[in-house]
Ligand binder design. Structure first.
Ligand code: HAM
Length: 412
């Protein structure tokens, strides 16, 4: 038997209902916040991610699905932000309106070791607002993430926020870490020893017990932030307070991608285990310029759809569609039924029929299994009288209805 690739999943029809529901809710809410959908290719030039996420990040170092074709190196996109910034620049979107808001759904690919909540093909629901440095936009974006989670019926999540400051402040933080960690290198895990040379900020994310001990003793406060960065972060916090959004300032939250500056945030859920981030995001004020575009501050976030589905509360189970089930008895009724199905569907009535030549009892059972609210029966008797029998599957009541009056009856 042929098997799926490790770290990928089949989304079977029943589960697909949840996905449709999540997408529908997201579209409604993104639209309320004036975000417009964008769809970018699944493959990009690999250099796009090297330049934006950073050469020394774990994604670029170890997790990209690369495809070599002649001299070109492509990558299956590991995330959406870089592609959207590329599209914003390449399509001159800034020329018609500098400030743009985009939302997106779609698969992302990372060559990780699969475990609960960690896949090689997973999906993002995300958004990017490009063209503003206003801290109120950070507030709006975090509020939007919070609204989405509420609308998805996710409970007990925590919003963690931090500020990395400007590029200059970030360099200051890196220098500070360098100074403080130099003498403690021997106590760090092997990965962190490498991170010390290549990507020192990532040490603050390490979950190794020894590293955690070292990190907790670092005593780094926010003194690496300049006055302006501090002011930006204060306004973000004040805005969140004004909207009564619960958050926790988490000093060592740094995020794993190089493009972040100023506000970064992560939304975690206790039921997710080791991979506890439901979603994450932050500002990336230098990325548009670095990729060849104009000066344009930006912020966004992405939720991992598979992780959202792991923590949704049971009452949010998608309601099954109220479908009508048609049972025909005999070939003549079957032909009539075929015409009726088409007519019903043209009139926006969702319906299904028995294609397995079941007995009446078997077909009623199938209707039940399908959660059909109503069943239509056409047999010899009904054909002769020009009627159909309509059975309500909840009350069990049934009545004959003239064939011509059926659509009107079903619509009221
Ligand atoms: P990220 O933190 O790499 O950020 O991914 C966002 C979310 O995707 C994570 O919080 C997690 O829920 C989910 N996720 C990541 N990797 C996996 C995986 N291997 N399996 C399942 N789920 C996963 C970004 O990608 C940024 N582009 C977010 C952003 C948008 N920042 C600004 N704008």
């Amino acid at each position: 038997m042929q098997k799926k690739v490790s770290g990928t999943r089949d989304i079977l029809p029943e589960e697909a209902l949840f996905w449709q529901e999540l997408e529908k809710i997201s579209r409604d809410i993104f639209t309320r916040y004036n975000y417009k959908e964008i769809r970018t290719p699944l493959i990009e030039g690999a250099s796009l991610f090297n330049r934006s996420l950073g050469e020394s990040t774990e994604i670029v170092q170890k997790q990209m699905f690369l495809i070599k074709n002649k001299e070109e190196l492509y990558a299956l996109r590991p995330e959406g932000t870089a592609s959207i910034v590329r599209a914003y620049i390449e399509n001159n979107l800034d020329k018609t309106a500098r400030f743009r808001k985009f939302y997106y759904f779609g698969p992302m690919f990372r060559l990780e070791r699969p475990q609960k909540g960690r896949l090689r093909q997973f999906h993002h629901i995300g958004c990017e607002a490009i063209g503003s440095l206003d801290p109120d936009l950070d507030v709006e974006v975090i509020a939007l993430a919070d609204s989405l989670l509420k609308a998805f019926s996710v409970k007990d999540y925590k919003i963690k926020i931090n500020s990395l400051g400007s590029l200059k402040d970030k360099k200051e933080l890196i220098a500070l870490l360098n100074k403080k960690l130099k003498s403690k290198l021997s106590a760090l895990c092997a990965d962190c020893k490498t991170r010390f040379k290549k990507n020192i900020l990532r040490i603050l994310d390490c979950k190794n017990d020894n590293c955690l001990k070292v990190i907790s003793g670092l005593e780094i406060d926010d003194s690496y932030l300049c006055l302006q960065s501090r002011e930006h972060f204060s306004r973000v916090k004040a805005g969140l307070d004004a909207l009564s959004i619960n958050y926790e300032v988490t000093p060592y939250l740094v995020r794993g991608l190089d493009y972040y500056t100023h506000t970064v945030f992560e939304i975690v859920h206790k039921d997710l285990g080791a991979q506890d981030a439901l979603g994450a995001g932050g500002r990336y004020d230098n990325l548009v310029k670095e990729l060849g575009g104009p000066e344009a501050g930006a912020i966004g976030f992405a939720f991992g759809v598979e992780r959202l589905l792991l923590v949704r509360s049971p009452e949010s189970v998608a309601k099954s569609k109220n479908i009508l089930y048609l049972i025909t008895l005999g070939q003549e009724a079957k032909t009539e039924g075929l015409k009726l199905l088409e007519e019903l569907r043209k009139n926006e009535v969702a319906c299904e029929a028995d294609y397995e030549s079941k007995s009446l009892k078997g077909a009623l059972r199938a209707a039940n299994d399908l959660n059909a609210g109503k069943v239509l029966i056409i047999g010899e008797n009904e054909l002769k009288k020009g009627v159909v029998t309509l059975k309500d599957m909840v009350s069990g009541a049934q009545k004959e209805i003239a064939r011509q009056a059926l659509i009107k009856e079903l619509k009221c």
